[in-house]
Ligand binder design. Structure first.
Ligand code: ZN
Length: 278
């Protein structure tokens, strides 16, 4: 077993995060007033062509870009290792989809935010990799309680239309809405493992995309009524999208994937820079 190819054939989502730093480096970053970035995703089915960790890879890639853009604006940041035991209401019935209860996730978030306080960080900015409403309401609750109990400024950063769908109050003190968002035009409702996610995964993590499967996937072509049905819960999602994706993966393009993620990262970085203590 000496030839096991450890460290080959995959992507490390620790790379560039606090997990690959040493403790003196973390101490120094806190002393310099670095803001903390945190992506919260899930391990969830993403059709027959994308890996279960797609919603972890995407915010990871986004925050790598955000961190560089913040540095260009003079804002220092560190990134927490990605959170991946999230809430899967809608596609919970597919194999490989893990689920935790919202109360458990909130408690973990509180403990981790307290750890940041112990290290003398003062501001935390969270982004989500997953559209499920319950997942995101849980993040906001964890941000609120963690921030309050630890005594740290904690925010959930997202696009205005996203927060609106989730029913977050426009003046919620723990949300930071981006000043605009990247327009995503698709012929079809493209919500899960469709053109957009497939494009970004092809651009940044091509080694885990089943590119031989992608061209053969037919667009789901669902209207608003079917989309609403899909969002209702796991039974409905299984019925409406038996293959697990919702959108048009075959129309994916890595160039589009890059422009989507870079554009989104710019909006996020600008929103954080405006709020960061300098
Ligand atoms: Zn996803």
């Amino acid at each position: 077993m000496n030839d096991v190819a450890i460290g080959q054939g995959g992507y490390s989502v620790f790379y560039g995060t606090m997990a690959d730093m040493t403790y003196p480096e973390v101490k120094e970053a806190a002393q310099q007033g670095a803001v903390v970035l945190w992506g919260l995703g899930v391990i969830e089915q993403h059709g027959p062509h994308l890996p279960l960790a797609t919603d972890v890879y995407m915010p990871y890639a986004s925050l790598r870009l955000v961190s560089a853009k913040l540095a260009a604006q003079g804002v220092r940041s560190v990134t927490m290792p990605p959170y991946y035991w999230g809430i899967n209401d809608v596609s919970g019935l597919f194999p490989g989809t893990f689920e935790v209860r919202p109360a458990i996730m909130i408690e973990i978030m509180i403990d981790l935010i307290k750890s940041l306080k112990k290290d003398n960080f003062t501001q935390l900015f969270c982004v989500s990799g997953h559209g499920d409403a319950m997942h995101n309401r849980t993040i906001l609750e964890g941000v609120k309680r963690g921030g309050a109990e630890a005594g740290i400024e904690a925010y959930f950063v997202g696009a205005p239309s996203f927060f609106k769908r989730l029913g977050f109050a426009a003046d919620d003190p723990n949300t930071v809405a981006t000043n605009g968002e990247v327009e995503r035009k698709s012929k079809f409702a493209d919500v899960h493992a469709g053109q957009f996610e497939t494009s970004s995964m092809q651009r940044y993590f091509p080694g885990v995309v089943r590119s031989d499967v992608v061209p053969g996937l037919k667009a789901t072509d669902l209207g608003p009524a079917e989309l609403a049905e899909w969002r209702k819960g796991p039974q409905q999602a299984l019925k409406v999208t038996p293959l697990g994706y919702l959108g048009d993966p075959a129309a994916s393009d890595p160039v589009l994937g890059e422009s989507l993620l870079v554009g989104q990262a710019q909006f996020i970085a600008d929103a954080i820079a405006a709020r960061a203590k300098k």
